[in-house]
Design a protein around this ligand. Structure first.
Ligand code: ADP
Ligand code: MG
Length: 347
């Protein structure tokens, strides 16, 4: 190395979370009404009679989607749904989106129309207005950046940092299906590349493939919690995998977590796919990602309100011991939870 040349550190030394933390440490908040900056699913600021929320997500071709199997319409839908999911994770309601597009000349007008038909379908479904964006050429394929604005009543906001010892950990829907769907799609792509006449047989995997290609944000749960007059003590959406999201709740709330393997909601199709690939379905649930379900916590005293909900599952509870983050296996053994998440830069 040349004397005096600045030190160079590789991104993979830090990983995604380390990098975000480094950015956060240097971000000084200046505007007085900001309540939450970097570190939650959305930023929060006080506008008087309610809180406003903002969040953004970036989808990059070849990283987040593959045009060999993902229809543009679905990509547009997913770009909006994944953003809405971050507003849902604050217990809020989305109101507006803006869309940034990077396009190469590989794409036709019809392709952009298809992408926007998905964006509009999601806007309709989640009742949000598309109010702006930006368009650029791109040398690296398709890039879609969606930012979403939302709102939440002051007393209903749910942060990652509100988990308390003994709170019950709840998760909606089922976990690992989107990852299972991705395995199938990637396999079918390989089969197709080897033999272009091969017809993909996706029917028996329809549920999981659908969960990968066209996920839904759980706004239904946000509305139901409100109807039940229940405010979660903490909440996060499951975009990187349950283990990773549990670690976020644990570190930001300074409490431990204990979950039970036999309580994890896993669809039978996810099981079947995992076994077909000779992989562990529990790993799919813990580290799969892109489920866009909600992980939240409630006080024990609120359990009565939700105990019979068919789509909310009780997977464990929070502990006073901060450094305890464990899963009790079906054999009754406690193993430490490990967050893999999408460590983009870690190879
Ligand atoms: P999520 O999975 O909920 O979308 P992320 O893990 O992407 O959340 O981000 C965690 C937090 O870090 C969020 O508050 C997000 O706004 C912030 N963040 C992510 N990337 C950047 C960045 N490049 N600059 C500033 N803040 C960022
Ligand atoms: Mg999130």
């Amino acid at each position: 190395m040349n004397e005096g040349s600045p030190a160079r550190h590789e991104l993979n030394e830090l990983g995604e979370f380390g990098l975000i933390d480094r950015i956060r440490q240097k971000a000084r908040l200046k505007v007085p009404n900001i309540l939450k900056g970097i570190g939650d699913d959305a930023a929060v600021w006080d506008v008087g009679d309610h809180y406003e929320l903002i969040s953004t997500d970036l989808l990059v071709e070849g990283v987040h989607f593959d045009l060999a199997y993902a229809p543009l319409q679905h990509i547009g839908y997913k770009a909006v749904a994944s953003n809405v999911s971050d507003i849902a994770a604050m217990n809020g309601t989305p109101t507006h989106i803006v869309v940034g597009l990077g396009l190469s000349n590989r794409f036709s007008v019809e392709a952009v129309d298809a992408l926007y038909s998905g964006i509009h379908a999601a806007c309709e479904n989640y009742q949000v207005d598309l109010v702006g964006g930006d368009t650029s050429s791109s040398a690296a394929g398709l890039i879609i950046s969606v930012s979403v604005i939302g709102r939440v009543e002051e007393h209903r906001v749910a942060y990652r940092s509100g988990l308390c010892p003994n709170d019950i950990l709840c998760v909606t829907g089922d976990l690992g299906a989107a990852f299972a769907g991705l395995q199938v799609l990637q396999r079918e792509k390989e089969v197709f590349l080897a033999n272009p006449n091969a017809q993909p047989d996706l029917e028996k995997y329809e549920y999981c493939v659908g969960r990968q290609l066209k996920p839904e944000a759980r706004m239904d749960i946000v509305h139901e919690l409100k109807d039940m007059n229940l405010v979660p003590t903490s909440m996060i959406d499951v975009s990187d995998g349950l283990a990773s999201e549990l670690m976020h709740l644990s570190t930001q709330s300074n409490v431990g977590v204990k979950i039970f393997e036999d309580k994890l909601p896993i669809d039978h199709q996810t099981y079947d796919i995992a076994l077909e690939f000779k992989l562990d379905p529990v790993t799919f649930a813990l580290n799969g990602g892109e489920d866009y379900e909600l992980l939240f916590s409630i006080r024990q005293s609120d359990f009565e309100k939700v105990k019979n909900h068919p789509d909310i599952h009780f997977i464990g509870h929070a502990l006073a011991q901060t450094d305890q983050r464990v899963m009790v296996t079906k054999a009754g053994i406690e193993i430490p939870l490990q967050a893999q998440g999408w460590t983009h830069f870690k190879k």
